[in-house]
Ligand binder design. Structure first.
Ligand code: LLP
Length: 404
């Protein structure tokens, strides 16, 4: 994404042409950026040769998942729906891991029937349920147990998952207890230790602590796992001031760990693969000026992109045509939904804007469309994919008739 003579381009296509063709609000992905991100991730960890399972919750568009499949990645899923979508995209069941604290019997049955790589269980009751189903089906099921390492991931409070106060995983004590109970199970084979401490983590240190906890636990348990699933969570640079994640350091820490333990590493990245490959195009419906502020009222709202309203997270906004004049007032970019939190960004000073013009909200590829809803009975946006000078519709805009 870059400006050419004040006009915003996504790869080789002018933004303005896209909004004229597809309307707004529209999620627009760059295939090149997605491919670059995948390649960079693979390269960063090539010396440890991990299994990469894309976290489908971050983006479940079928065409995106087909690209993920092409790159050789598998999938991390948290529902039957996501599992079905990953399979539909052609991802092999042998590359699918199933996480989540509340898997229903029907979902577990589906996973067992599909013979996926691992079901990562998060409670003793869940493993008993898997064992019961496996016995019924006369199958042996490979499972992982998720550890809650009680580590502060130093990220947004609402997306931390690795502390004892969070609902995820099991304490060390419960973990060891389960290992003993199921060590000799005929139907459940504990193959994996899984862990995920949170999302949008920009510092490698919480991961370093996490690895230390794993090391201690493995020594204590004397159990030999085939896999260690380290989850996802690597953050991106939503704001310039955020420092870039140190992949090299994280890779080194894992390499050291692998000198001691001969296991296969699994990663479940979502955000780091897809977040910065997309923007959300929106049109300015009205501009309302008060003495202090300008409200820029967009046709995209919190139902299209929840992150700012839900977590107070930052997404930069850029005009599709950059005006050379600037306006010094505070600009509040808001949506039409009837909630005060329906606000994307508040900035002091912005390029001069007029009603009917267009803007792009940045870095929305992860947890953008996948978190969208029909709140206020607003139809969901469409999704398009750009490849070089071509644009392709990859999800139709919902029609009102679909939801009414
Ligand atoms: N694995 C597990 C078990 C997870 O719970 C998650 C994310 C991931 C992998 C992928 O994490 P990532 O690499 O994308 O950080 N809606 C929030 C993020 C919620 C993340 C939930 N779990 C947001 O918009 O920031």
């Amino acid at each position: 994404m870059r400006f050419k003579k004040n006009k915003l381009f996504i790869e080789k296509v002018e933004g303005l042409k896209l909004v004229k063709k597809f309307g707004t609000p529209t999620y627009c992905y760059s295939l090149r950026k997605l491919r670059d991100n995948i390649r960079n991730f693979q390269k960063s960890f090539s010396t440890i040769n991990p299994i990469l399972c894309f976290s489908v919750k971050s983006n479940s568009n079928l065409q995106i998942l087909k690209e993920i499949k092409k790159s050789g990645m598998g999938a991390d899923v948290v529902s039957k729906g996501e599992m079905m979508q990953a399979l539909k995209a052609g991802i092999s069941p042998k590359k699918i891991v199933f996480s989540g604290v509340g898997k229903k019997t029907e979902e577990l049955k589906f996973a067992i029937d599909k013979k996926i790589l691992l079901i990562n269980a998060e409670s003793e009751s869940e493993i008993f349920e898997i064992e019961r189903l496996a016995k019924l089906k006369k199958k042996i099921v490979d499972v992982g147990i998720r550890l809650n390492p009680n580590i502060d991931a130093k990220t947004l409070k609402k997306i931390s998952t690795g502390k004892h106060e969070d609902k995820f995983g099991l304490t060390e004590k419960a973990f060891l207890n389960i290992l003993n109970k199921f060590r000799n199970s005929k139907f459940v084979q504990i193959k994996c230790l899984s862990v995920h401490i949170g999302s949008q983590i920009t510092d490698y240190k919480p991961y370093s602590k996490m690895i230390n906890v794993l090391d201690r636990l493995l020594e204590k348990s004397k159990y030999v796992f085939d896999y260690i699933d380290l989850g996802g969570g690597i953050g991106i640079q939503y704001e310039k001031k955020t420092k870039l994640f140190n992949y090299k350091k994280y890779n080194e820490i894992i390499k050291n760990f692998l000198r001691k333990y001969k296991v296969k590493i699994i990663f479940e990245p979502g955000r780091s693969i897809i977040a910065n490959s997309a923007v959300l195009f929106a049109q300015i419906i009205y501009i309302k000026s008060t003495t202090k502020k300008k409200f820029i009222i967009l046709d995209a709202a919190m139902n299209d992109l929840m992150r700012p309203a839900l977590y107070g997270s930052y997404h930069n906004i850029i005009p599709l045509i950059k005006n050379n004049k600037r306006n010094k007032k505070i600009h509040d970019f808001v949506g039409p939904v009837c909630e005060t939190t329906d606000k994307f960004l508040s900035v002091k000073g912005f390029y001069h804007l007029e009603e009917k013009e267009y803007v792009a909200i940045s870095d929305v590829g992860a947890y953008g469309m996948s978190l969208s809803s029909n709140y206020n009975l607003r139809p969901k946006a469409c999704e398009i994919l750009i490849e070089n000078n071509l644009s392709k519709l990859i999800l139709k805009r919902q029609k009102l008739s679909n939801i009414i």
